[in-house]
Write a protein that binds this ligand. Structure first.
Ligand SMILES: C[S@@+](CC[C@H](N)C(=O)[O-])C[C@H]1O[C@@H](n2cnc3c(N)ncnc32)[C@H](O)[C@@H]1O
Length: 414
């Protein structure tokens, strides 16, 4: 069914909010202030979801989407292809401001900063792209909130090194997903997840090939699983299936922002929780020096091995394998001068906030890829005397609704 809507403010998740016959409508492919004809895609008792299919009055921020596969019912990878890059950053800033206001009771203006290292207009940045394969082995990208596949012959937001593999034009019979990864050190890998019980017929590619064996992890079939990422004058070993920032400029940008907020001093005792392969731990360890100490905690065993390798010249940095939820207690960590946290999208959650607060660190730097869980956790830190003292936000995922934040929480004197 089609309805005519006047589009209101942006909401978290790539939607704008409108109203129809007393119900809230979450509209995609629209921009605030527009008048559109929208096709309803989902209906619940409380709200509707819809796609703008015809623009009656366009926002000045509207542009022709650079991707030929975006639009209503098409590829679900991007949310803001139809907005200029500057407008995308304003929309994301509005989302962060609104989440902080609503969930943390914090009023502050937010600016979303551009991240260097992408091609003009926010294209060509994605160094990791996961394609879905159909039963015939041809691959594409998932449609929005759907298991259906949009077949593509290229992805404009993918980094050129990912596109050079040419995975989209090859056959991957037996595969469920095919993930192409490129590193700043010039390594490339393809990680193939087979359909249950199927053998994958692998095409020839100019990349290492890894097979995902589920709980047993990934196994390299061709080439090496280890990739090199360079940040400043330091190389990091990252196993292709492990975590690394997807935008080529993100690791350096976030490291600078974290160190700027953390202000680590020689001799201090710092924690890097959810430390991955040791990006922030390395910067912290250099700053606290041999008289200080850094403890990284990370749950992924392969990332822990990579972190230990990456930090081998910094004996003051130690990486412990485990979940933050249990490791702080197991290691009997009672205090810290500063704590850096970089959790997955779900955020810290109540029990980790409570446990981190007991460390009584004067400074907590919180790196977050979800302003909703960040704002919730900021609210949970408040009763312990932590105040949001500063926040930077980065456009690390142009064309999508995602935004990265680095927040500084300072402990107020009791
Ligand atoms: C967003 S990444 C951050 C990694 C690192 N700070 C970086 O920038 O490269 C989150 C990391 O937390 C790890 N992780 C997820 N859940 C965890 C948990 N409960 N305890 C410890 N580490 C966890 C993941 O394996 C991943 O490496």
């Amino acid at each position: 069914m089609s309805i005519e809507l006047t589009v209101g403010q942006v909401a978290n998740g790539g939607w704008c909010v409108a109203r129809h016959e007393g119900r809230v409508v979450f509209v995609r492919h629209a921009l605030p202030g527009e008048r559109v004809i929208a096709e309803i895609t989902e209906e619940t008792a409380r709200f509707l979801r819809a796609d703008a299919v015809e623009i009656l009055e366009a926002s000045p921020d509207r542009v022709t989407p650079p991707c030929p596969f975006s639009g209503p019912g098409r590829c679900g990878g991007c949310d803001w292809q139809h907005a200029s890059p500057e407008a995308q950053r304003r929309l994301k800033a509005a989302v962060v401001e609104e989440q902080l206001r609503r969930l943390a009771g914090v009023e502050r203006p937010v600016t979303v900063e551009e991240v260097p290292g992408a091609a003009d207009g926010g294209l060509g940045w994605r160094t990791r792209v996961q394609f879905a394969a159909d039963r015939d082995g041809s691959i594409g990208l998932r449609r929005h909130r759907s298991h259906e596949i949009e077949h593509v012959d290229h992805c404009p937001i993918a980094h050129p090194a990912v596109e050079e593999v040419g995975a989209e034009s090859l056959g991957w019979r037996g595969a469920e997903t095919v993930e192409v990864v490129a590193s700043s050190g010039g390594d490339r890998a393809v990680i193939v997840t087979p359909r249950p019980g199927r053998r994958v017929s692998l095409p020839d590619v100019d990349a290492a090939v890894l097979i995902d064996e589920g709980r047993r992890g990934t196994r390299a079939l061709r080439g090496r699983a280890a990739m090199t990422e360079r940040v400043g004058d330091r190389d990091f070993r990252v196993t292709a299936s492990g975590f690394w920032q997807v935008h080529p400029g993100a690791a350096a940008t976030l490291l600078d922002a974290v160190l700027d907020f953390a202000r680590p001093k020689a001799g201090e005792w710092a924690l890097d929780l959810y430390c991955g392969v040791g990006l922030f731990a390395a910067g912290l360890a250099e700053a606290v020096g041999p008289e200080g100490a850094v403890l990284g905690i990370e749950s992924d065993p392969q990332a822990v091995q990579d972190a230990r390798w990456n930090l081998r010249d910094l004996p003051q940095a130690v990486t412990e394998r485990g979940k933050v939820e249990e490791a702080l207690d197991r290691l009997e960590i009672e205090r810290a001068d500063l704590v850096v946290v970089d959790p997955p999208r779900a955020g810290l959650g109540r029990s980790v906030v409570d446990r981190v607060a007991t460390l009584d660190a004067p400074r907590i730097v919180y790196v977050s890829c979800d302003p909703a869980t960040l704002s919730r956790d900021v609210a949970w830190f408040a009763p312990y005397g932590y105040r949001l003292a500063d926040l930077r936000a980065f456009d690390q995922y142009p064309m999508t609704h995602h935004v990265e934040c680095v927040a500084l929480l300072l402990k107020e004197p009791a």
